[in-house]
Design a protein around this ligand. Structure first.
Ligand code: ATP
Ligand code: SF4
Ligand code: MG
Length: 328
């Protein structure tokens, strides 16, 4: 596997008046070129923080405590502002969570394209920008004739999400990162966005990373799944394997809960208990207060993310490494 993006021991936290929220802890990831990776986990598990740390777009009270992010063998966390500004969008395009609200209500859709081109100092004429924007809107199945001259509030949620995807593809990025691209949309519109992302994946030379709390959408779209719990990566595997043989008790719980919904069980099998506070997280394995297999060691030590085989890793004391890498 050729890794296009490599994250090494990345940790990030937020400073709040009560203390420090450790939202991403010692994260190691390798994203294969031209693959689709889904990052899944419950709300507040640290999914957005991880992506914001990778793209250096944490809010003002967010800090990267340690780690490296290699893109084409350069640590982008060490890049100067100019380099970072250049590769963001042209090479790594990122659509944040709830980005629909960031569309400027006083600007037409075309002006968002013009603004993005100008802010990257790219010398395209207005005619060229309009041509490119039209081509991309067609790609995301929108009618350029009407949409380009519309204001965001004249578009539905699904249309705005498509506009954002079109904008993100403006400079043909190598990596497209989408934070919850389908949340806040109705089920039919979600299905359209998933179909669209599948087409983009099929027809372009692109690596996609997307965040979702919906493991069913991850199953449809992703080649690989990364499961996050309490600010830690607790399992990584290819999608088929993770559904067939989930290893971590939390991943098993997640998958059981969707299976029980699909089979319309009278009593859906959710995971009992609440996710940990990241301000005062429990010691040891962050899942231990909810885990039926927890033993003494789980309450004291954080399990390493160990390699089980070529495509799967897990952080749980129930498993022994097959040898090779230990990531965390
Ligand atoms: P969701 O699915 O709800 O989007 P998430 O998995 O993306 O959740 P994050 O937004 O990364 O989770 O949040 C991780 C933790 O960091 C949470 O406890 C959250 O409250 C906290 N957090 C996020 N942003 C900030 C901030 N700017 N200041 C303080 N705490 C924050
Ligand atoms: Fe459960 Fe222990 Fe594994 Fe954590 S390390 S998931 S507490 S068995
Ligand atoms: Mg989020």
């Amino acid at each position: 596997m050729k890794a296009l993006l490599k994250v090494e021991n990345l940790s990030a936290h937020y400073i709040v008046k009560e203390g420090t929220i450790k939202a991403a802890n010692n994260i190691n990831l390798e994203i294969a070129e031209n693959s689709v990776t889904a990052v899944v986990g419950e709300s507040a598990s640290g999914k957005s923080t991880l992506i914001e740390a990778i793209t250096m777009s944490l809010p003002p009270n967010g800090r990267i405590s340690s780690g490296k992010v290699f893109y084409k063998d350069n640590d982008i966390l060490k890049s100067d502002y100019e380099h970072l500004r250049k590769i963001r969008w042209t090479e790594i395009a990122y659509v944040p969570q709830a980005a629909q609200q960031s569309l400027n209500p006083t600007m037409k859709v075309i002006d968002h394209f013009v603004d993005t081109v100008k802010s990257h100092n790219i010398k395209w004429s207005n005619h060229e920008i309009r041509e490119r924007a039209s081509e991309l809107l067609k790609l995301v199945r929108l009618e350029p004739g009407t949409v380009l001259d519309s204001f965001p509030n004249q578009l539905s949620g699904g249309m705005k999400q498509r506009v954002l995807i079109a904008l993100a593809l403006l400079f043909d990025p190598k990596i497209l990162i989408l934070d919850e691209p389908t949340s806040a949309l109705d089920v039919i519109t979600q299905a359209h966005i998933v179909k669209l992302l599948k087409e983009i994946k099929k027809n372009r030379d692109i690596t996609i990373i997307f965040i979702t709390h919906d493991i069913a959408i991850a199953a449809e779209l992703a080649d690989y799944i990364v499961v996050i719990y309490g600010g830690h990566v607790i399992e990584k595997a290819d999608t088929i394997k993770i559904f067939k043989e989930p290893k971590h008790p939390y991943t098993k719980g997640l998958i059981n809960s969707i299976m029980s919904i699909l089979s319309k069980d009278d009593e859906p099998k959710g995971i009992k208990g609440d996710p940990p506070s990241l301000l005062n997280p429990p010691p040891g394995c962050k899942f231990h207060p909810r885990c039926q297999f927890a033993s003494e060691i789980c309450k004291k030590e954080v399990p390493d993310l160990i390699k089980l085989d070529d495509s799967s890793k897990v952080a749980c004391f129930l498993y022994k490494s097959a040898g090779g890498d230990v990531d965390e």
